[in-house]
Design a protein around this ligand. Structure first.
Ligand code: SF4
Length: 404
């Protein structure tokens, strides 16, 4: 099952008629505005499926609270999607080795385990950041990954090969700050260029300069960690980040800013201000995927108030004695009731809702399209155009005969 992503098309003249050439499809699988920590993307080219940063985390503790079981349920769904997509991937890019960007030998219960994807990774071309600038924990994970795959990971900083190009190590945040380095990637096919800039936080002018020189059409980058900015002394960083985002917006048609930025609602407000000044080229991952943002980490405290959780729930979950499904259904209901999400306007009368409630369809469809107001739903698009579509058509356009 696949959510429909953003399909880029380029129209060319062909003996008087317009021929549309499919160029590149980018699906953002995991990010803070999609409910989890990370910046994982699937980039589909004409002959390759490139998975960037297959990793996930939920933020172990925020305000003294462990992830709410609803977050856990959403994270589980995204993790399953990653595992399924990796089975068909041809290439995997690892920008660095933080636990929300790569599979782990010793994951916590909410992260992606190396054992879950090692076979898939072993079949892929792996393009990995080298160990330069990595802190000891990340170096260790890099070694564990190469041991699990049975061969050394190729370090590709500065490499350009076919449609792929990789940056030299760039700072994880501000230049000169103690911390780790990351690697950015550039993917180009048929004149369309996509840049993935994980964890740069848009705080370094030189890093932004590299992205600008790469002449991207679409950029995805982590934004500044506003949830850490608790005093006015951070104004300088914010102003620097604002300038860097606007510099990217002057270059690329689409600038997706997410990850660290959207661990708090202030991040969404800050992005909203930039969106207005840019005339619409700046967005978060959820908006790029044409759906409502799901800022679950930012809403963690409220989720605990709205849906209280027994004190021993996380221990029981870790031991496999309870699951998160009960909270999955109630979590969506509470978000709708509290006005945090706006479902599709056709939801109350849509046959997809009816089939799901009757147990004939997996909840995947309503959770990834209907409840998040997806505008990429084919049924929605056909309804808007007044075109006939059968009840048995799924949101991705597939006809399920067993529903007729
Ligand atoms: S299936 Fe599509 S049209 Fe129907 S409610 Fe869901 S998003 Fe809307």
């Amino acid at each position: 099952m696949q959510a429909s992503g953003a399909l880029l098309r380029r129209a060319t003249e062909n003996t008087g008629s317009l021929l549309q050439i499919l160029i590149m499809m980018i699906e953002i699988i995991g990010a803070e505005s999609l409910g989890v920590r990370g910046l994982s993307c699937l980039v589909i080219l004409s002959g390759r499926r490139i998975f960037i940063d297959p990793g996930i985390a939920l933020g172990w503790s925020r305000h003294g609270l462990l992830p709410h079981p609803f977050q856990v349920a959403i994270g589980q769904g995204i993790k399953e999607r990653m595992i399924a997509e990796l089975r068909h991937a041809s290439d995997v890019i690892l920008s660095h080795f933080d636990g929300d960007h790569c599979p782990l030998c010793n994951p916590n219960p909410y992260q992606l385990g190396l054992h879950e994807v090692a076979q898939s990774l072993a079949r892929c071309r792996i393009w990995a950041k080298g160990s330069d600038g990595l802190p000891p924990a990340q170096r260790g994970r890099r070694v564990e990954l190469s041991e699990a795959l049975g061969e050394p990971l190729r370090s590709v900083e500065g490499v350009k090969e076919g449609p792929l190009e990789f940056s030299c190590p760039v700072p994880h945040g501000q230049q000169g700050e103690r911390g780790s380095a990351v690697m950015m990637s550039r993917i180009e096919e048929n004149g369309v260029t996509f840049v993935h800039a994980s964890d740069v936080q848009l705080l370094d002018e030189a890093t932004t300069g590299i992205i600008v020189d790469w002449k991207p059409d679409i950029v995805i980058a982590s934004g500044p960690p506003l949830y850490h900015y608790r005093s006015s002394s951070y104004r300088t960083q914010l102003e620097r980040a604002r300038k860097n985002v606007m510099r990217l917006a002057a270059t690329a048609a689409t600038v997706i800013v997410d990850h660290h930025l959207l661990r708090s609602e202030e991040g969404m407000e800050w992005l909203g201000g930039l969106k207005q000044s840019s005339g619409g080229s700046i967005c978060c991952a959820a908006e790029y995927m044409k759906r409502e943002p799901l800022l679950l980490e930012a809403w963690r405290g409220s989720l605990y108030q709205w849906l209280p959780v027994p004190g021993d729930w996380h221990d029981l979950y870790r031991e496999g004695r309870v699951g998160a499904d009960e909270y999955r259904v109630r979590g969506w209901e509470v978000l709708m009731r509290r006005g945090r999400i706006r479902p599709c306007k056709w939801y109350s009368c849509c046959p997809i809702k009816r089939f799901t409630e009757a147990g004939r369809l997996n909840r995947y469809w309503i959770e990834n399209y209907c409840l998040v107001g997806s505008k990429s739903c084919i049924r929605y698009q056909m309804e808007e155009r007044g075109e006939y579509h059968p009840d048995a058509m799924l949101p991705n356009g597939e006809i399920r005969e067993d529903l007729s």
